[in-house]
Design a protein around this ligand. Structure first.
Ligand SMILES: Cc1ncc(COP(=O)(O)O)c(C=O)c1O
Length: 383
């Protein structure tokens, strides 16, 4: 079987097909399928881009690893927000969105046939990037009984002689679960000596209510000494999914390996976008972040309340902008999501799209305008 044949169909492609069919049939579809913020990028960042795009130096090839300004801003952000110290020269790398970095990491670390510990359930890129690099995903379960966190001892037991990498993602897509303090320290301690790199997908680390600071890998494992790497994204922080910018921070050797792959594949992030990203990560950007995140708690209360009133069991969390709920008894994930689309014209994502462990669950995203979410909540009440 070729590498491409081993890939599962990309989850959102299937959902999009069903959504387009419903739209073509003239339905008033409310799309809560994909996590893509409905609100615009904050105005100060748009103004900064309007100026940056006119500067001719930005029209040339960008600094592939990220401008010094962006890398320094990223390092300063990690220091201010998370108390993490990294050297912007050797421990930070600009990414064309965190997905790009996550997807290239296995190419940087694996030889043919090496193994990667991948969460079931999880963002599909961890497994597909492993397969594309010629590696083998070894799945470990995330279950409701453990708050969708893996048991560090079980991870250590699952790590074999060919295990090169572990992917973790908290706050978690699709469940919204967050890591408890000490979790990452336990995982790193459990895997120490295996040689495996611990990678944390931190795309939702800042997608939390104001004042909330979830645990982070780099805060609990010193990236100067441990083989760890954390992936950050400006996409959800500043409603910038279309801009394609993020960064990796971690152990110098891991960063250098990822940089080497990227040097051979891409030519970096558009310099004007890098300049705006650096502004977003400056101290003033924290006010913008607060405004972006301020809309989600009320949306979550509305949707969670409606679902619970309609008899759904909803996983309790404040993090991410996803709601993770059990499908009604007697239904499976795909069947329920098909019914939600057919009967309520609401697009949701079946839990099985994130792995077999998602059976019995569905995800919806709070990234639709308030009035559309209220309408969707009303439709769920009648479903
Ligand atoms: C868990 C997770 N990681 C990473 C990404 C990629 O984000 P981006 O490439 O826009 O930074 C997403 C996007 O939805 C995600 O859900």
């Amino acid at each position: 079987m070729s590498r491409l044949q081993r890939l599962a169909p990309y989850l959102f492609t299937e959902i999009d097909r069903a959504r387009r069919a419903a739209l073509a049939a003239g339905r008033d579809v409310i799309d809560l399928g994909i996590g893509d913020p409905d609100r615009p990028t904050p105005a100060p960042l748009l103004d900064a881009m309007a100026a940056a795009i006119r500067r001719p130096e930005h029209h040339r090839y960008p600094a592939n690893r990220g401008s010094a300004t962006l890398r320094q801003a990223a390092a300063a952000w990690l220091q201010r927000r998370h108390g993490v110290t990294v050297d912007p020269e050797t421990q930070v790398l600009a990414l064309i969105g965190s997905k790009e970095g996550l997807a290239h990491l296995p190419l940087a670390l694996l030889e043919e046939g090496d193994e990667v510990l991948v969460p079931d359930i999880g963002y599909p890129v961890y497994a597909s990037a492993t397969l594309l690099a010629g590696g083998a995903p070894r799945y470990f379960p995330l279950t409701a009984a453990r708050g969708f966190l893996p048991d560090p001892a079980a991870l250590a037991a699952a790590a074999g002689a060919r295990t090169r990498l572990l992917f973790l993602n908290y706050p978690n897509n699709p469940t919204g679960a967050t890591a408890a303090p000490g979790f990452y320290a336990d995982v790193v301690a459990a895997l120490r000596g295996t040689g495996a790199v611990v990678a944390s997908d931190a795309a939702y680390l800042e997608v939390v209510p104001e004042g909330c600071r979830p645990a982070s890998l780099l805060r609990e494992a010193d990236p100067a000494h441990e083989r760890v790497v954390e992936f950050h994204s400006l996409s959800k922080m500043f409603n910038m999914t279309g801009w394609r910018v993020g960064f990796a921070a971690g152990h110098p050797e891991v960063i250098a390996a990822l940089e080497q792959v990227k040097q051979n594949i891409d030519s970096g992030v558009f310099s004007a976008v890098q300049e705006v990203a650096a502004q977003a990560l400056a101290p003033a950007g924290e006010d913008l972040l607060r405004d972006v995140m301020a809309v989600y708690p009320a949306r979550r209360r509305l949707m969670t309340g409606a679902l619970r009133a309609a008899g759904f069991e909803v996983f309790a969390t404040e993090a991410t902008f996803y709601v993770w709920a059990r499908v009604p008894r007697g239904e499976d994930s795909f069947g329920f999501c098909r019914r939600a689309l057919a009967d309520a014209a609401v697009v949701t994502t079946p839990g099985t799209g994130f792995g077999s462990g998602g059976e019995g669950w569905f995800r919806l995203s709070l990234t639709a305008p308030d009035e559309r979410l209220a309408e969707a909540a009303e439709r769920f009440r009648r479903l």
